[in-house]
Design a protein around this ligand. Structure first.
Ligand SMILES: Cc1cc2nc3c(=O)[nH]c(=O)nc-3n(C[C@H](O)[C@H](O)[C@H](O)COP(=O)(O)O)c2cc1C
Length: 256
């Protein structure tokens, strides 16, 4: 069983590669799963792999919410793994994930980070990677995924993650601040370049974007800040306050 949350397709691609290798199923964490009280039945000894992007050196709040409310039947012999995609490094996100798994009484195994093209553009100094960097990161992806698949196959129980510098400060101080104050959907708006195509509405993983009577997108309060609406807009018309002006867009080119 693979649980996946993904905004711009990096984590979804990773989940698909793992699923393809093990002939496993992928459950996307979306509105149905976070709104209700989902129940999944696992086979004995089944591995449970959690694939998601790191958000501000922590676990995205929608993933935390889902992990806290999901019911997993037949947990005996089932081991949990984390595969966290990131632009650079994950800080101590793996420790946060471990605490949640332990709190649920599930059996813990290994954690992995997988570096992929960056998608965060909402602050000064943050932008998507240059085409060369995207190409370089995607070129080494297959070998990294082979490593992850091999380690999970052997039941690896350690942490194979890039924590980066100042990991404690980033995960323990910046992450809670970010979640509390920097995840509001309110700054999202469409500029005059919007042609009302509705792609942002159709593509939002949480159905949080709707069209008003003038064919203008409006953002509701249920936003994961995954930035899919921003990155997918064919006109570059979705902006976040003034902080995304002139910045690039990225959707995982491998996404199916
Ligand atoms: C809100 C947000 C916060 C992010 N924070 C980090 C971070 O702390 N460290 C990092 O290396 N990448 C960070 N990123 C980049 C993503 O984790 C990375 O690009 C990931 O592969 C995107 O996965 P997805 O395409 O499945 O959404 C962030 C992206 C977003 C949207």
């Amino acid at each position: 069983m693979i649980f996946c949350f993904s905004g711009t397709g990096n984590s979804r691609y990773v989940a698909q590669v793992l699923a393809c290798h093990w002939n496993d199923r992928v459950e996307m964490i979306g509105p149905v799963l976070t709104d209700s009280h989902p129940v999944f039945t696992l086979q004995p000894e089944e591995k449970v792999v959690w694939v998601f992007p790191v958000y501000s050196w922590g676990v995205p709040p929608v993933v935390v919410e889902f992990m806290r409310k999901v019911t997993l039947d037949v947990v005996n012999g089932c081991h949990h793994y984390m595969v966290c995609t990131c632009g650079d490094d994950v800080g101590l996100a793996h420790r946060q994930w471990r605490r949640i798994v332990r709190g649920r009484g599930w059996s813990l195994r290994g954690t992995f980070s997988v570096q992929m093209p960056n998608t965060y553009t909402l602050m000064k100094g943050f932008d998507v990677d240059s085409p060369d960097v995207v190409k370089d990161k995607l070129a080494v992806l297959p070998s990294r995924l082979d490593e992850v698949i091999g380690s999970i196959g052997r039941g690896f129980g350690g942490d194979d993650v890039v924590t980066g510098s100042w990991a404690w400060v980033k995960s323990r101080i910046v992450y809670p601040y970010f979640v509390r104050f920097c995840m509001s959907p309110r700054p999202f708006h469409a500029t005059g370049d919007c042609i009302g195509c509705g792609k942002c509405v159709r593509e939002c993983p949480f159905s949080n974007v709707t069209m008003d009577s003038c064919s203008h997108p409006r953002w509701g309060s249920r936003c994961a800040l995954c930035l899919r609406c921003y990155h997918i807009c064919p006109q570059g018309a979705v902006q976040y306050g003034k902080s995304t002006a002139g910045k690039g867009q990225y959707i995982c080119p491998l996404e199916k």
